[in-house]
Design a protein around this ligand. Sequence first.
Ligand code: SAH
Length: 457
Amino acid sequence: MDYLPLFHSLKGEHCLVVGGGEIAARKVDLLLRTGALVTVVAPTLHERLQGLAEGAAINYQDRCYRSEDLDKKVLVIAATNDACVNETVSRHAKQRQLPVNVVDAPELCSVILPSIIDRSPVIVAVSSSARSPVLARILRARLETLIPAGYGRLASFLHGFRQQVQTALPSLKERRRFWEKIIDSPAAEMVFRGQTEAAKQWLEAALSGADHNPPGMVSLIGAGPGDPDLLTFRALRLMQNADVILYDRLVSEAIIDLTRRDAERIYVGKQRHFHALRQEEINNLLLRLAREGKRVVRLKGGDPFVFGRGGEEIATLAEKGVPFEIVPGITAANGCAAYAGIPLTHRDYAQSVVLVTGHLRNGTVNLDWQGLVQKQQTLVIYMGLSGLSAICKGLRSAGMPADMPAALIAQGTLPEQQVYADTIAGLPERIAGKRIHAPTLLIVGEVVQLHDRFRWR
Ligand code: SAH
């Protein structure tokens, strides 16, 4: 190990930055975030530093560097574009045993600055020991995606409980186990969402006795249209913390594979004709599992609130006072349109988008055809395959031109995606006799003609 990582407390301490360019400005910003008192020495100043100097946020010395500038400083950063000046600053600082950093010149440094993930008070620092700053930055970016934005808030929140936990759990081992449990608990999720009062109650319930089961919670999660890369960070985190996962037909296997290995997985796929009953069963199952104290994830294809019956599933929970949250997902309209190169709106072709279901009721499609046929409007029809001919006929009967472009997208966003682009007059025939794999989405409107130009996969 070439360097020892230390976190330097700079609040109220004097630091020196030599140089007034953009890089110096970035270092100044960083120092100011720690509460340091920053002096900048440079003959000219970058715009942003000028603003800081005018607002007296920094002490600006409008001249070249002199060795007295190091007096009373605890840290020095040289960021000029003059190698000679940088070298002099480094030499002087080292003579005085002052920590010094010279940008892009590790051999002149006694300390180097890591890449930082700031979730204050949680701070993660990544360094390549100056071997490859780019590598460190990339690693940092990857870690950014793993560390929830709310971790800082969580750390502060938990800090407020230290005393209480210490009193309730005298043994160190017990305390450690308790904290470990909390980090992935519903209480942590509540803190991320800013519901600190609810989190406090949860924590107190968990502390009040070993046999007491604090309430679980249900996360109703939109898993997107199929490509696992389209999950949100929050969805992924919850999936990896869950005790139980309930999923149905639309959730791809690749997505299920991302859930916690030892979580219980329950398939609750619906069969068309038993909707009413099955839905009620799912609602009750969610309720029961959450009441057992489990972290329950209910995975839905696309977005739970777009033709996902998400509202029905949480209604029971809301009524019974079981904590729940809703995580949006990319709905099929967005996913399929993007992956087929069809902009849903476009200045020249469409100013509005309508999402409708083409689900057959008693063998017929009941849609307000007149209302749907509007100029400069894109129609996205979910569950429209079995009613496709009826839909195209209905639109034409309400005055939509026969040559209106229309596309059927099957298994959108998945590697198997197929796009059948035609017109409302031609599409039914075009797909007749073809083996089309569910799920499919129908997009109707002028924007569909852009598919040929914007196709990218
Ligand atoms: N909540 C989901 C929709 C559920 S309804 C969402 O927001 O996307 C089910 C319908 O969604 C399917 O019949 C189909 O029309 C559409 N759909 C979902 N995923 C799809 C995909 N990958 N490709 C094409 N259509 C899809």
